[in-house]
Design a protein around this ligand. Structure first.
Ligand code: AHG
Ligand code: MN
Ligand code: MN
Length: 326
């Protein structure tokens, strides 16, 4: 017997109707879904088409750009522009803000392909995005929005075909891709309270560079939990939000080669950290930076700002928050 599941489009239509919202958000989400599917196609066929290598240049962060980064960027900007609903976009792959339509309604902050080190192997990567809305009450100055002002944030894990979306005050939901490339089967995600499944996720090769109190916390706690690290935030966060626990990318302050220190952390606030922090909040969790400040409260000073990140089950994040404050 064939199983028919509710589609994402149907889910979102009902959501918008229930909360008396406009169709503009439907148009924007349809564009984001189209972009994700097309990125997924290029990624799946990338090994044969020769698209999984380096592009031969560095981006604004001084990091190697991969061909897939460029392909995903071009696809995403195309679909966002075509909606006519986006004022401007901010992307990891664009040094400057990408102006789209001054009369639009939304701001979109995205990382078109996150987890570059997995690209040459065709292993999971992410497409992550946060969405904020223009000021409808008065003039719009286009300022960079903090995560608490996002109306939605989500991620696609590519090429496994899962889509996760956090909706403001309406939960975090997961969708699977079916045989017709349609996202279906809305499933609400709530962080599990039972510690039995909890996992820790961080790059253990960096641990000597973490602040001594963070190293001590890890040494005291790590044996209680499973440890998992894929090296692509979308995939690592996907596991963690289902199983509970904590993903962290702490500040690097003690690197044997001080030039390699990253006191400000590695992950980008607007299109990486705030995106997962938003989904985590809607699933009942918490996210903070190295000073214990909630990630969602940080007002970005520039679009490519970095931050340390501790995200996950509230008990663990509160615990490390106490340690960071000590
Ligand atoms: P990028 O945006 O350059 O692809 O970075 C990937 C991010 C994130 O996905 C991942 O969690 C982290 O960087 C991995 O960094 P390490 O290699 O330092 O562990
Ligand atoms: Mn990234
Ligand atoms: Mn990227």
């Amino acid at each position: 017997m064939i199983r028919f599941e509710q589609t994402f489009a149907d889910f979102l239509l009902h959501h918008q109707e229930k909360y008396n919202r406009t169709y503009h958000f439907l148009i924007l989400m349809d564009a984001i879904i189209s972009a994700a599917k097309r990125i997924q196609h290029y990624y799946l066929t990338g090994a044969l088409q020769g698209n999984l290598g380096r592009a031969g240049q560095t981006n604004v962060q001084g990091e190697q750009v991969m061909q897939m980064d460029q392909i995903a960027q071009e696809i995403t900007v195309h679909y966002l522009r075509a909606t006519g609903r986006v004022i401007h976009a901010i992307s990891e792959e664009s040094k400057d803000i990408v102006p789209l339509n001054p009369d639009g309604r939304y701001f979109v902050y995205f990382d078109p392909l996150d987890g570059s080190s997995n690209i040459p192997h065709g292993l999971p990567v992410g497409f992550m995005f946060g969405i904020a809305k223009r000021n409808l009450e008065g003039p719009e100055d286009g300022h960079l929005r903090a995560g608490k002002d996002y109306i939605a944030a989500g991620m696609f894990v590519i090429p496994t075909g899962t889509f996760t979306l956090g909706l403001n005050s309406a939960g975090t939901w997961k969708f699977q891709i079916d045989e017709t490339m349609t996202f279906v089967k809305p499933t609400r995600i709530v962080l599990p309270p039972d510690r039995g499944t909890w996992e820790l996720s961080f790059n253990t090769a960096h641990r000597c560079g973490f602040a001594p109190k963070v190293q001590k916390w890890i040494a005291t706690n790590e044996c209680q939990y499973a440890f998992r690290y894929l090296g692509a935030l979308a995939g690592d966060f996907h596991r963690m939000i289902h199983n509970g626990g904590m993903f962290m990318y702490p500040a690097i302050v003690n690197h044997p080669d001080p030039t390699q220190n990253r006191p400000e952390g590695k992950l980008r606030l607007m299109y990486e950290a705030a995106v997962v922090a938003f989904m985590c909040r809607e699933a009942g969790g918490l996210a903070i930076d190295e000073s214990g400040t909630p990630i969602l409260d940080i007002q970005p000073q520039n679009q490519h700002q970095r931050t340390a990140l501790y995200v996950g089950s509230p008990e663990l994040v509160e615990d490390i928050k106490g340690v960071l404050a000590s």
